[in-house]
Design a protein around this ligand. Structure first.
Ligand SMILES: NC(=O)c1ccc[n+]([C@@H]2O[C@H](COP(=O)([O-])OP(=O)(O)OC[C@H]3O[C@@H](n4cnc5c(N)ncnc54)[C@H](O)[C@@H]3O)[C@@H](O)[C@H]2O)c1
Length: 326
């Protein structure tokens, strides 16, 4: 039944991923299944999975707002590690604040209580959006002023603080990484401020025209999805004593729309880029870090990224090129 190479039946974790059908969860499930065995990683969401996702391993309906449903799934499946990916992202959150507050804050409370009650190792991603206009932006260290002005950012600061509080108060094994904007080829972004950096590749291939919703000189930290998922697995596997903190920045590259467009034009020289600024997204981006200081992650648990901008762009085109040919 088990198909894990590196873990015996008794020492591998039993994993649940909440909000797993978004931009990041399916890729995370794939990576974790390779490491821990297909049947030891359960993907969950409130949406209906596509056929290829459904047949790639265990999937279950889980609404994080339903405490009893979540607890039943954790108990019945003897879950030991939980990756809590459900969230409403920055731009979507601003469009529906009550729902963002419910999912990102009330949902997190459910997850924290169940994780503490059942002694789970809990991963919750945070974001560059957990900083605001009064934070140092270039670079942004792990510990500094955090006064974000989006419901997304406020809920993520809350998650960082609550997770750390549960860790110190109840011994919960809480681990958190602040992700930059994540760029992926085979999954769609879920309504964040950095979505443009995924869209440009699709539009370059499909139409040769891209309209950017941020100003050309808006610098934001970004990361290729493989680096993000690698960091997530690494921090979860790191021995507890190596973690001097429970919430870490992770960083790979930082670029502006103009710099990304130039790199993309090396592959698609005819690409035409125009700018039509979305005021909500621009205001959010202007309050976020331009560069992320991740020295603590590099020192404590050996974080190291593999993809800089040129490798990222080449990898995206290799992937999307293959897809458009198939
Ligand atoms: N993608 C990025 O660039 C990025 C950057 C920083 C942090 N993060 C964080 O990583 C995590 C995953 O991000 P993503 O881009 O995959 O998000 P996404 O928006 O693409 O997916 C989130 C998923 O949560 C699900 N969800 C919503 N309400 C739910 C509920 N009540 N119960 C269960 N599931 C529910 C949605 O159906 C969706 O599939 C999030 O916590 C996000 O804040 C992402």
């Amino acid at each position: 039944m088990w198909d894990s190479f590196s873990f015996s039946e008794s020492d591998h974790p039993r994993v649940l991923i909440t909000g797993g059908l978004g931009q990041l969860g399916v890729g995370l499930a794939k990576l974790l299944r390779k490491r821990f065995g297909r049947n030891n990683v359960i993907l969950s969401d409130i949406r209906k999975p596509a056929d290829n996702v459904f047949y790639s391993g265990p999937f279950i309906y889980t609404d994080i707002l339903d405490y009893k449903n979540l607890r039943e799934i954790v108990v019945n499946n003897r879950i030991t590690w939980l990756f809590h990916y459900s969230a409403l992202l920055s731009a979507v959150g601003e469009a529906n604040v009550p729902l963002a507050r419910a999912v990102n804050i009330t949902g997190l409370h459910n997850v924290l209580d169940i994780a503490a009650e059942h002694n789970l190792r809990l991963f919750v991603p945070s974001t560059i959006g957990a900083f605001g206009p009064t934070s140092p932006r270039d670079p942004t260290p792990d510990l500094c002023i955090q006064r974000p002005r989006t419901i997304y950012g406020v809920s993520k600061v809350h998650a960082e603080l609550m997770g750390e509080y549960y860790h110190y108060r109840y011994g919960l094994d809480f681990r958190c990484l602040r992700y930059p904007g994540i760029i992926s080829a085979d999954s769609q972004p879920g309504g964040g401020t950095t979505d443009y950096a995924v869209q440009i590749f699709h539009d370059a291939i499909k139409t040769g025209k891209f309209q950017c919703n941020l100003k050309p000189d808006t610098r934001l930290p970004m990361m290729y999805i493989d680096d993000c998922l690698k960091a997530t697995l690494e921090v979860m596997e790191a021995p507890s004593e190596t973690l001097s903190m429970r919430t870490y920045n992770i960083s790979a590259m930082s670029f502006t729309p103009e710099e990304l467009a130039q790199e993309v034009q090396k592959h698609v020289p005819e690409l035409q880029v125009t700018y039509k600024v979305d005021d909500v997204r621009q205001a959010i981006a202007d309050s976020w870090p331009m560069n992320f200081d991740d020295r603590n992650a590099r020192r404590d648990w050996g974080w190291k990224h593999d993809y800089d901008l040129p490798e990222l762009v080449t990898t995206m085109f290799n992937f999307l090129g293959e897809e458009s040919r198939s």
